[in-house]
Design a protein around this ligand. Structure first.
Ligand SMILES: Nc1ncnc2c1ncn2[C@@H]1O[C@H](COP(=O)(O)OP(=O)(O)OP(=O)(O)O)[C@@H](O)[C@H]1O
Length: 315
């Protein structure tokens, strides 16, 4: 496929005979932001380390823009910017000093370093912090410096491991906006265990659980999982459940707080019949709306049910 920036092919990593990551395959295209989601210990960091060439896979391979990570690690790594879970900051340096070192480490040509530093600072909203010691910056600004070092060499792929952990809500909002902005020009992989974060910044999502991918698809596909065939209906005069169940298309009726949760058969549209029955019987309908499963519930279903079926849609 054209413009594939990351290809992970049957990646497996064993620790003492136990698989931390097992047979993970996916690909990413230029301009995509992929959310890598999973509970603690699912294998996110292990996968990130293999993608960035910081950990050798026990089996499988990684290609960055078609370059094999094991055969040509230098060339492949040069195309990646990486912010690990533990920020690689030298806090006794100023922002300018640190980013200059980062540019050298990323092999930016000497004559281009100044411009690269200025550009990275600009993109990460750091220009006014240039002369500040990193240790004196807030947590959010330190995270911006971490992201600035990851993009300083203008890599094709940016990989950010838990980029918003430990930040306050305003810092989180800023960093998410920055990730979206970076995603327009690069391919970005963001690992997180925060579901709304994925909804906000990613167009693709993968869910990993116990080392295995249990979902791989567009964010819309994940959202669709929760648009079910249920309605939440509020009636002032509470009818017998049987009266609701008798309406055509209704297959199940159960109380939900002060309302009724009504499940209907696939393809049926009992909304109008419910409204009509309410008018005829004087039930006093005050609420009728789709009852969506929360994304959290979908996530729990995918990751905590032992027999959860694997779902997949080509990324
Ligand atoms: N160096 C190691 N030696 C042995 N086991 C390890 C090592 N690193 C990770 N593991 C185990 O591999 C599994 C996956 O860990 P990993 O850090 O990749 O998960 P994660 O999804 O990133 O979790 P978290 O969000 O908590 O960082 C866990 O069971 C972990 O204990």
């Amino acid at each position: 496929m054209a413009n594939l920036t990351v290809e992970a092919i049957e990646l497996t990593r064993l620790y003492g005979g136990r698989a931390a990551v097992s047979d993970v395959t996916f690909s990413l295209q230029q301009g995509q932001v992929l959310g890598f989601l999973g509970p603690n210990g699912a294998g996110k960091s292990t996968t990130m380390k293999m993608l960035t060439g910081n950990l050798a896979p026990s089996a499988g391979s990684v290609r960055i823009c078609g370059i094999d990570m094991i055969e040509n690690p230098k060339e492949a790594k040069a195309l990646i910017g990486y912010l690990p879970e533990m920020r690689p900051l030298y806090k006794e340096f100023t922002v300018d000093e640190y980013l200059t070192i980062a540019a050298r480490l990323h092999k930016v040509a000497s004559k281009n370093i100044k411009q690269a530093v200025e550009h990275a600072k600009e993109r990460c909203g750091l220009t006014h912090m240039s002369k500040r010691l990193i240790e004196n910056l807030s947590n959010g600004y330190q995270q911006r410096v971490g992201i600035a070092q990851a993009i300083i060499h203008n890599p094709m792929v940016v990989i950010l491991d838990e980029p918003t952990v430990g930040l306050d809500p305003i810092q989180i909002r800023d960093i998410r906006a920055l990730i979206k902005e970076i995603g327009q020009a690069h391919s970005v992989i963001v690992s997180t265990h925060i579901l709304p974060e994925v909804e906000m910044v990613c167009d693709h999502v993968q869910i990993i659980d116990k080392g295995k991918l249990v979902f791989n698809g567009g964010i819309d596909v994940l959202k669709q999982q929760r648009v079910g065939n249920k309605l939440l209906v509020g009636l002032r005069q509470v009818p017998e459940a049987a009266q609701l169940a008798a309406i055509e298309g209704v297959v199940e009726v159960e109380p939900a707080d002060d309302m009724w949760r009504i499940r209907f058969s696939e393809g049926s549209q009992p909304h109008e019949a419910i409204v009509q029955a309410s008018v005829q019987n004087g039930w006093g309908l005050y609420h009728i709306a789709p009852d969506q499963t929360s994304l959290e519930d979908v996530f729990v279903q995918l990751t905590y049910q032992e027999s959860a079926p694997a779902m997949s849609q080509a990324a």
